[in-house]
Design a protein around this ligand. Sequence first.
Ligand code: KET
Length: 953
Amino acid sequence: MQSLSQAVAPPTTAARLTPASGGAARRLPVARPARGSRLEGVEMAPPDPILGVSEAFKRDTSGDKLNLGVGAYRTEELQPFVLNVVRKAEERMLAANENKEYLPIEGLAAFRKATVELLLGADSPAIKEGRIACLQSLSGTGSLRIGAAFIAKFMPGAAAYISRPTWGNHKNIFADAGVEWKEYSYFDPETIGLDFGGMVADLQAAPEGSVVVLHGCAHNPTGVDPTPEQWEQIADVCVAKKLLPFFDVAYQGFATGSLDADAFAPRYFAQRGIEFAVAQSYSKNLGLYAERVGAISFVLSDKEAADRVLSQLKRIARAVYSNPPIHGARIVSEVVGSEEMFAEWKGEMEEMSGRIKAVRQVLFDELNKLEPNKDWSFILKQVGMFSFTGLSPAQCDHMTNKWHVYMTKDGRLSLAGLNKAKCKYLADAPSSNSHTLQLRIDVFDAAALHGAGPEGRARAERTAACCGGAVERSIGFPGVHTPVSGSSAPEPPAYRAFVDFKFVRDNVEAVAANCAARLSCADPQRVATLYEEYVAAQQETDRLRAARNENSGAMKGKLEPEARAALIEKGKGIKEELEGLEARLAALDAELQREGQRLPNMTHPDVPIGGEDVSTQLQLVGQKQSFAFEPKDHLQLGEDLDLIDFETGGVVSGAKFYYLRNEAALLELALVNYTMHKVVAAGFTPMMTPDLVRESVFEKCGFQPRAENTQIYSVKDSAMCLTGTAEIPLGGAYMDAILPAEQLPIRMAAFGHCFRTEAGAAGAASKGLYRVHQFSKVEMFVVCTPEQSDALHQQLLELEVGMYAELGLHFQVLDMASHDLGAPAYRKFDIEAWMPGMGRYGEISSASNCTDYQARRLNIRYRPQPPPAAEGDAAAGAPEGKKGGKKKGGPAKAPTQFAHTLNATACAVPRMIVAILENYQQEDGSVVVPEALRLYMMGIDVIRPKKKINKAA
Ligand code: KET
């Protein structure tokens, strides 16, 4: 086997200078001419998503509070726990009266020996043959970071693939070390298990020589580990694609309770002779959190390589912290080095993991008692410290703000911080009052939905997670996000939105209720306060400016030198004060913009408040197709009729890409032409729009292309993104325009390509053509006046209904509930067609009225027509007599107002293909082409099986 150190290239300047990517490259703060510190431009970093939770917990004075945030073990009394063996080892160390000299750069020899033995077993050939480069480092985090620095230096260009989701700090660690990170699929919310197919496909698609970060055991945050057989297949892919596995072993002992059993994966890789890196931590299993004890090792194929790699690891560590701390390392060597203490540790390890398992059981029992119809088994199945609930960030916030349950925003609960007594509180209190009942629903409904059959699944899938939770909606984007990761520092707002701050201040309670109804993380109270501060600072600035002018005016005349000197002195004081105030004003303005831009639109009074299940059914059109045979799903039909080819899509582009072949390719064109025909007849201007659009236009349309869980692909080293929907280029088409009212409404319809990362997507509605990275769509977009928008919203819906009815589909029209509205939408009508393959309705279109939300960001205004001036009525058309007043000599000009915008799907091609294939299938396996499309199908009216091309002849 070629050793790693032969394969790696020498360090290059280029490698060192490559900026971190994977979304982590940040714009440098713009340096402002600063009066105070020269570092004025340094933005406040957000609190850490995990450790920040502990800080917030400490500040909470409630007696009910529970810290289920950080993965740190507590006793049944919820107290920190120091292991007995650790106490013993410390006593021995004290008795031995050891010194505090520097350790060698590579650390304490006995510690390093104990650590590799703990990982691979004392009889491991790799240890015996000296093939392991082991460097004692700073716990798991520091070890990962040294490993990442090594990769940046010696494997330039290699990206690190991390699981989606993963421990949040992985992204920071690799990005800060200059290693680009990418994600591989890992979690399937439908099965609440491993998306093994997705994982393997993504790893297979990774470029050769990439790094794969693997959680050794007890995956954080999902608690889902591969089986031994799956590890074997993962090893196969690593070998085939020459990937470098990088194990993160932070929870050895917590998955099964056995230190040995939990080392299965790295031991198996070592046995197969696969070279790998591994970061180990003793924070959790020896409870040495604050001692920072751990190691980075490279298990290699020969000793000579190991020596060279160790020399370079030392070189890196020397420049970072020089040499590691000794105390924790001595504890480890004492414990592992003594047979009796090692045995005792194993016992204590079992005890810790056993207590967490017992808590799982109690929590499971409590929930089962309360909701026996739900499948709570995921709580028992997940291993390690955590339970992954599927809660959205907004729901997590709610848990904390309302019920003092502290948890991370990815929906992770650290069960290591829970005890049996509090399980009841978390599930429901015996009194079952509304407070605790609410709590239970808050915590577990999202997760329970995953296991609650197709309907629940559909609901979970479409629950609008305000901050980009793991579950995203099917068509349409998540709303305005708060980045949930600590890796993103707040940036100066990229553009100015004309948010109606005064409205927010004057209606703060209504705005807050609206945010709650929409599961938005925005903070209207903060916006109101900032606005007040901004206004006050502005008034003070005006006052000072007047004082400055007055002062300089006073200096104009002839003055006694003394009086002049006094005025000069006064002027200086004013100038200084003014400079300070102006800087404050600019900072307040930026903050106000940032906070204001996060606010979602207000909500139409008829919109039902709640989750998707409370959406109102407005219409039911057609009837469910009944089949005298077992209907196939579109994937099967696509396969049998040689229409859809995911295999080639996977090979050429990657998972979730596809080729349409034969009649399916024609069907796409037919659907597009049919739709265009309809919308043009309805008065829409047909358009073809760019597929690449500036990031700023996305933002102005109410999307956050660089947020954590974004669905939007950014283009590296550019401020461009691939369109996720033609709504973006259409919205941008009238940016900064002032339109004459008589030209409104402007109706546009564009054929465009949609690109979606589908971050976090999984489940039944992610199979086949439901959720793909690229698809075609005809999108309608309208710019109009506020008076027109409600009626136009209805018209868009009627147009959709007319087309889908003509295509012979059975569907329901829903007035979507508040949780399901993206930030820009004031009201949204979705159409869901019956999909025989899934046995349920699936979304095929949505039509939103965004009122002035996007227009205030895109700066689309119109000028109302002045009412016809009555003879002699000079003030006509000058409302409130102020700005629009009649100018000297000219006609009266009404002040401009923000327009309203609407968008609606005319045809989302792949989902229409799904609906058509599944609903029009015949017993003989053929599919009839709907009447309305035949004109566009080159004379084909039935799609029949055909001979396929055999690629492996
Ligand atoms: N890897 C993983 C997967 C991990 O969860 C942690 C810590 C570490 C490495 C590093 O731990 P260290 O203490 O540096 O050895 N996780 C918990 C604490 C934290 O975020 O720092 C946690 O997820 O809560």
